[in-house]
Design a protein around this ligand. Structure first.
Ligand SMILES: *Cc1c(COP(=O)(O)O)cnc(C)c1O
Length: 410
């Protein structure tokens, strides 16, 4: 008899986006002519930068010739040309010293943030912000590190760290001792960022408690405030307690191309049950080489082009389009009288629903009266109730139209 991994049965139905689609479908059936503007799903809308396309075309041609054909990359960590470009452009200028084999190129930050937990012991206590990108919670549920879900959808044994207006959407240090801490800045869904001082508190906590921080920096490129750290390794001592996840998905529109990377520093330690320290780097290297066989050469060539002089300018222009949208949304909603957060260092606007109505009620009002789709905050965790996420990943004309319609109904 083949038994199933019953941890998977604990998972709550992947409810958020299917439910949004269901409500849109139902609305469209009754209103077939409605011109619906989507500011809901966190996917990019601008096409790839020309420098990336050119590099990928060239790479395809190279694959067609005996002399320039490439197979598996040598050490399974990603082609060196890409890891060098990452190091020289993303880390060195910010004063972070990495060795090239501390950079692991992968197919996505989703897979890496989901997979990372498997190299850590089963009995770690996991701390996760609320609201949050659902992958961190679900991957720990699948691994059996949690109890069952209660009626709020919160799983036993996970330490939820509520993020709301009172803490500026930056989690406070927990009262209990935790071992694995997920942080995501700039944040999806709230658009919040953490200052160097706030990150230092977490790094110090992790050092004191021999904990590990899993830092998701997928939106790093959207930071506009010069004082906000882009990497957790800008904080002294973080290389001993943190793993960082990056992605080309939001940075360069690679959501359909697939390329990301993870930093596992050689100085990072975790511990055996008897308290003996173990280096994490060789363990992740072993795991990566066993369960993953690299990102296609064509894709990595495209990713490296993001760091070429032309690529940098083009990618910056694309991000500017999204951030202009974010600014427009923030200001328009502010003028109407909404309380809004985010949208300054992130492509997400997190607004407080008016008059204390629930986030799903607000969703229905926006859809039926303004034909605008956003994402109910409650879908990201119970602390997201009473909030609503709009994304700046839309065409500027649609954003303007959407804000006018919201003004009319408000
Ligand atoms: C979009 C996103 C990612 C990126 O995932 P990829 O698999 O690289 O496309 C990672 N973390 C968060 C919080 C995201 O919103």
């Amino acid at each position: 008899m083949a038994t199933i991994n019953e941890n998977f049965l604990k998972l709550q139905a992947g409810y958020l986006f299917p439910e949004i689609s269901r409500r849109i479908r139902a609305f469209k059936e009754k209103n077939p002519d409605a011109d619906i503007i989507s500011m809901g799903i966190g996917d990019v809308t601008q096409p790839l930068a020309p420098a990336v396309i050119e590099a990928m075309h060239k790479a395809v041609d190279q694959m067609g010739h005996k002399k320039t054909f490439r197979g598996y990359d040598d050490d399974g960590l990603g082609y060196e040309f890409l890891r060098k470009a990452i190091n020289e452009n993303d880390f060195k200028p910010r004063g972070v010293e990495l060795e090239l084999d501390e950079i692991f190129v992968s197919d996505g930050a989703k897979s890496d943030t989901a997979n990372i937990q498997e190299i850590f012991g089963q009995d770690n206590v996991v701390a996760i912000p609320d609201p949050v990108y659902p992958v961190y919670v679900d991957s720990n549920v699948m691994a059996g590190r949690t109890g069952r879900a209660n009626q709020n959808g919160q799983y036993g044994r996970i330490v939820y760290m509520p993020c709301d207006e009172r803490n500026n959407f930056v989690p406070e240090l927990p009262n209990e001792k935790v071992d694995l801490i997920y942080l995501c800045f700039p944040n999806n869904p709230t658009g919040a960022v953490a200052t160097a001082g706030q990150l230092k508190k977490w790094v110090d906590y992790a050092r004191r408690n021999r904990a590990v921080i899993l830092f998701d920096a997928a939106y790093e490129r959207f930071i506009t405030d010069p004082d906000i750290p882009h990497s957790i390794y800008e904080i002294d001592g973080a290389e001993e307690v943190a793993i960082e996840f990056r992605s080309f998905s939001k940075t360069a529109g690679f959501t359909g191309v697939r390329c990301a990377f993870t930093i596992v520093p050689k100085r990072l330690k975790a511990y055996k049950k008897d308290g003996a320290a173990v280096e994490v780097h060789p363990i992740w290297t072993r795991r990566h080489r066993t369960k993953f066989n690299g990102v296609s050469y064509i894709t990595q060539a495209g990713a490296a082009a993001v760091y070429s002089p032309e690529g940098k300018k083009q990618v910056r222009r694309i991000i500017d389009i999204y951030m202009d949208n974010a600014k427009f949304i923030r200001e328009a909603l502010g003028e109407i009288g909404y309380t809004v957060y985010g949208g300054v260092n992130a492509p997400y606007i997190w607004l407080k629903t008016p008059d204390g109505i629930s986030s799903w009620e607000f969703f229905d009002i926006l859809l039926s009266k303004a034909n605008v789709v956003g994402t109910p905050g409650a879908g990201f965790g119970s602390a997201g109730e009473g909030y609503f996420r709009l994304t700046a990943f839309a065409q500027p004309e649609s954003v303007k139209k959407a804000m006018e319609r919201i003004k009319v109904i408000s």
